[in-house]
Structures are given as structure tokens and as C-alpha cells.
Design a protein around this ligand. Sequence first.
Ligand SMILES: Nc1ncnc2c1ncn2[C@@H]1O[C@H](COP(=O)(O)OP(=O)(O)O)[C@@H](O)[C@H]1O
Ligand SMILES: [Mg+2]
Length: 285
Amino acid sequence: MSPSEFEQDPTRSDAAGRRPAAGDPLAPGATPDDAVLLTARGIRKSFGENEVLRSIDLEVRRGEVVVLIGPSGSGKTTVLRSLNGLETPDSGVLDFDGGPELDFAAGITKQGRVAMRDRSAMVFQQHNLFPHMTVLENVIEGPVRVQRVPRARAIADAEALLERVGLSDKRDAYPFALSGGQQQRVGIVRALALRPDLLLFDEPTSALDPELVGEVLKVIKELADEGWTMVVVTHELGFARQVADEVLFMDGGVVVERGAPKDIFTNPAEERTRRFLDRILRPLD
Ligand SMILES: Nc1ncnc2c1ncn2[C@@H]1O[C@H](COP(=O)(O)OP(=O)(O)O)[C@@H](O)[C@H]1O
Ligand SMILES: [Mg+2]
């Protein structure tokens, strides 16, 4: 199918189940899901003498799930933070479809950074909800205060999102009264409420008790199935294998190997990848 035929085919998104109706607060954007949303080229970052990212290249297509795996300290969090404008690379280019395109070696403007931050939302290892605010207040904080969304609309969106993740009854609860899994689901709702094009997850279940991991992974899997575009850092390899379109194995600030999950997980080409997977899957050997 040629690109123009693709665009004219009204059934395609329905068949793929990837584009919910307009106005749906969970709707993941309306452009064809094989268009490239984000290209990162040659991203470098040092903290003092420590070169943490040594030229990272990454491409994320709409509707795609890219999973980053790798040992502690390999630079995974720094990659996510760089995509989200929380960290400023020393050099390299980030190019979002529809803008902005940022060349860090040339320096970026405040508007460039703001525009970039608007494109994605991050879910952290720890939910970091505001403890003095209810669940609803936490969710509408970003839309109302930062994005200037009318409060009534932000509340309606938040309620719909909470319902989608099964937390309607926690609307007026404070974070301390929620389980870790519920707090992380609120963290996800809070990211969704910003209506980002790209969701970034940094080890979203690694701080949870084991029996709570599943409920959070289930929500992320549903979002992936709905066509959300995401970059996920996780050590949950079974989950990664199910949701990932592409897996990147990082070590020492470089992408050592990348490919389809079935290749990376069952038949990695690189010895370093193999050793890392062995350590996770067979920690006592
Ligand atoms: N703000 C910072 N200041 C100094 N060093 C940092 C900072 N953030 C990360 N690092 C260092 O960068 C390296 C990569 O960290 P990180 O991206 O968190 O790795 P990962 O998420 O894969 O564990 C580590 O050596 C870490 O100590
Ligand atoms: Mg990390």
C-alpha cells in the first residue's frame, strides 16, 4: 500500500484498534501509526568527567513501544530524561514530528525546551504524587496549572481516565491511603492527563511489592494495545517481550544491540546482552 492509499483507508485504524474516537481523553493522537514520531541522533551527555551517553540513536514510530533494558548505570534513565527535557544533552539532535527539532550542540532556546516537554510525559519509578493533594487534584494539577486547561474540562478528563484504570472510587483519596500499585496507576493517569504524544516509563514497577506489579503492567499493556507510543525502561522481561516492538540493550552509555524482542531475548547477537539476560533470568548460576 502506498502512503497516500494508507492515508485514505478509513478502516485501517479501526482494524488496528489504534485510534479511539476523537474527544476520548485516552486517545493517542490521530496520525498514521507508522509515521516516525521522534528521532534522536547522536545524543551525548556527560556529568563532569563521566560520559554517560555516548551517541545514542533512537527512532520511535507512532503507536510503537520501544523497550530499553540494560544494567544499572548504563544510562537508561538519562535517555528518558533527555527525551523529556529534564536533562539537556551536550550534543545530538532530537527531532519530533510536528516540532520541535533541537540541536543541542548549537544550544536550545527556552521555547524549544518547553515545546519538547509538551510532547511527552513521564511515569517515574516512584509515583511522586503530591502527598497533600487528593488523587483528583494530583491528576488535574498539570493540565490546569501548566497547560491552562479549564478546570471543569480537566476534572471531566481526569474522571474518565480514573475510570479507565479502575480507580474512580479513589478520586478523593489521598496518596497515603492507596496501595503502591494504585499510586502508580494514578501516576500513569497523571501522565495521560497531559495528553502527550509520547509516554515515557522509567522502571514503573521496580519499587512495588511483587503482587502489585501485575496490575500496573496490565494498564501499560492496555495502553500499548490502544496504540499509545511509548518508551519503557523495565527489568520485567516477560512483559517487555509481550509489549515491545523493538528492544534496545544499553550498556556503558551505548546501545549495544537492538532488535525485535524474539531475537534479543532468545538469540542475542552480542555477548554482553547474553550475559545481562542470564544474570536476570538465572541469578544464581
Ligand atoms: N544528575 C546526575 N549527576 C551526576 N551523575 C549522574 C546524574 N544522573 C545520572 N548520573 C550518572 O550517570 C550514569 C547513568 O545513570 P542512569 O541514566 O541513571 O542509568 P540507569 O538508569 O541505566 O541506571 C550513572 O553513572 C549515574 O551515576
Ligand atoms: Mg534508571
